[in-house]
Design a protein around this ligand. Structure first.
Ligand SMILES: *[C@@H]1O[C@H](CO)[C@@H](O)[C@H](O)[C@H]1NC(C)=O
Ligand SMILES: *[C@@H]1O[C@H](CO)[C@@H](O)[C@H](O)[C@H]1NC(C)=O
Ligand SMILES: *[C@@H]1O[C@H](CO)[C@@H](O)[C@H](O)[C@H]1NC(C)=O
Ligand SMILES: *[C@@H]1O[C@H](CO)[C@@H](O)[C@H](O)[C@H]1NC(C)=O
Length: 178
């Protein structure tokens, strides 16, 4: 990463921290799907209108059998004649992450949800899992204005079990355009 980009990143992060209204993220849709209903049952996966420019994400699902081996693939897409891969495509060991917080991008997402979810513990996961009213969504990186899609694919024992995909609009801060 070059210095200029790093500085821009830090600068925009500072702007988010201090609550600038200039660059913002708005979630526009959420879609969850279980691939294996004998392991994961999705009850609820919806956005709620929070204010004019803000929505909150609410997810409620049940893990029917204990999950001890969980991987998450998160892949970001940007809309341009359909959705194209953009910037992030990582697969992480979620159980290891919950013990070590060892992935910076995952950590950024974790920080947004840690206070509003029930997943604040290490593996295994079993039973009702919720994400309630997640609205503090911040992306501390300079990105172009546009429509994005974050694909979150959850694997238990290395096999896909469910997806939780979030569509959002990002509007860049006009003052930090390089
Ligand atoms: C919210 O939307 C209004 C009208 O579109 C706009 O004037 C305002 O700056 C927006 N607020 C944020 C935080 O972007
Ligand atoms: C689906 O879930 C069941 C119950 O936990 C599990 O035994 C089975 O291996 C899963 N199937 C796949 C393809 O992961
Ligand atoms: C989760 O969804 C189920 C089924 O719709 C509902 O019975 C339950 O009250 C919900 N729990 C929470 C914590 O939202
Ligand atoms: C869960 O949350 C509490 C309070 O926010 C925190 O002190 C604790 O370290 C968290 N535990 C894990 C495993 O993240």
């Amino acid at each position: 990463m070059n210095y200029k980009l790093l500085l821009l990143g830090l600068f925009s992060f500072a702007i988010f921290l201090f609550g600038s209204e200039a660059a913002f993220v708005k979630m526009t849709n959420a879609k969850c799907q279980s691939y294996n209903k004998s392991w994961v049952e999705v009850h609820y996966c919806r956005l709620k209108a929070y204010s004019r420019n803000k929505t909150s994400l609410n997810v409620n699902l049940t893990v029917l059998e204990p999950a001890n081996n969980i991987h998450l693939r998160f892949k970001m897409m940007k809309r341009a004649n359909g959705y194209k891969p953009f910037l992030w495509d990582y697969t992480i060991d979620a159980c290891e992450f919950m013990r070590k917080r060892n992935h910076p991008v995952a950590k950024m997402f974790w920080n947004m949800m840690k206070d509003v979810s029930t997943v604040n513990h290490t593996c295994p996961y079993v039973g009702l899992q919720t994400l309630s009213d997640l609205h503090r969504v911040e992306i501390p990186l300079p990105m172009p204005t546009g429509e994005y899609l974050l694909l979150l694919d959850w694997m238990f024992d290395r096999r896909p079990q469910f997806a939780s995909n979030v569509y959002f609009t990002f509007v860049e801060d006009p003052y930090i355009k390089s």
